[in-house]
Design a binder for this molecule. Structure first.
Ligand SMILES: [Ca+2]
Ligand SMILES: [Ca+2]
Length: 92
């Protein structure tokens, strides 16, 4: 399986199987957008709000997606990183 980065600010990768086996479906596209903590495909004020609301908490199984700097705690630095990505969207 190969991984191809589109090179865009948001990340779209395509996976292609190179040898052996048959993929049951057409190639899979996976979109990742830093700062899109609610997974709606856009970095916006909702993401910033979610981060701000959780500031001061420890990361756990229900809020780990808000710990964008992977520090183990939800802090202003997470909110800042999320706000930096405000306005970005995944390509359709
Ligand atoms: Ca979002
Ligand atoms: Ca953090």
């Amino acid at each position: 399986m190969s991984l191809t980065d589109s090179g865009s600010p948001s990340a779209w990768w395509s996976f292609e199987q190179q040898a052996g086996g048959v993929l049951p479906e057409p190639p899979v596209l996976v979109g990742l957008l830093g700062g899109d903590v609610n997974g709606d495909g856009a970095g916006n004020q909702t993401d910033a709000y979610l981060a701000r609301r959780a500031t001061g908490s420890s990361a756990n199984t229900s809020n780990f997606h808000l710990d964008v700097d992977l520090s183990g705690t939800l802090s202003e630095s997470d909110g800042y990183a999320i706000r930096l990505r405000n306005g970005r969207t995944l390509p359709c």
